[in-house]
Ligand binder design. Sequence first.
Ligand code: MTE
Ligand code: MO
Length: 199
Amino acid sequence: MGIVSPGFFGRRRAANPDLPPGQYLTEDFPVLSAGPTPHVSTDEWAFEIVTETGETTRWTWAELGALPLERFTVDLHCVTKWSKLATTWQGVSLDTLLAGVETSAEYALAHSYGGYTTNLPLEDLLDGRAWIATRYDGEPLDPEHGGPARLLVPHLYLWKSAKWVRGIRLLDEDRPGFWEGAGYHSYGDPWREQRYWGD
Ligand SMILES: Nc1nc2c(c(=O)[nH]1)N[C@H]1C(S)=C(S)[C@@H](COP(=O)(O)O)O[C@H]1N2
Ligand SMILES: [Mo]
């Protein structure tokens, strides 16, 4: 028998099953932005989906507000290793927004006021897994966290959840966004620890 007995590692505190590998829990809500916070008033705000053929569907703030607002509670996982569990949001499902959009594209590139971009497969925006979120914890979304509206795709690392989102382009071919072009993983599944290229 070695110096470390077989039971030794088993005496660690039980891992939280909601915490992906390499992550730690945080109670506060850190702000991570690659640049200054753009301040977009709801009067000038609009969101558009542009298909691979250039068909554009556009919603003003009032038009977005007329769509069904869902309340959802999700866990957030940032690639810098903090996770915040059970956060409550309100937003419009991408299923609702994409319902009337005709496309055969497989990829999506979200883009934001301020120039940020991030890519993901179109199917990851469907089936109740992605929202244009306008409220956090019962209040209008703070500008620091992406207000008036941000994309929220909580099953992927949080860099995929574009703050100050202004549109989504549907593409036949995958195109890396801001962080994906700088060495971060193209897909970013926190449960498979897909942080960087090659993970
Ligand atoms: N437009 C924009 N969206 C963004 C970012 C950014 O810099 N600009 N940072 C991303 C990263 S790396 C993370 S971890 C989350 C942070 O969201 P939070 O500031 O609300 O915690 O936003 C993501 N969305
Ligand atoms: Mo991040």
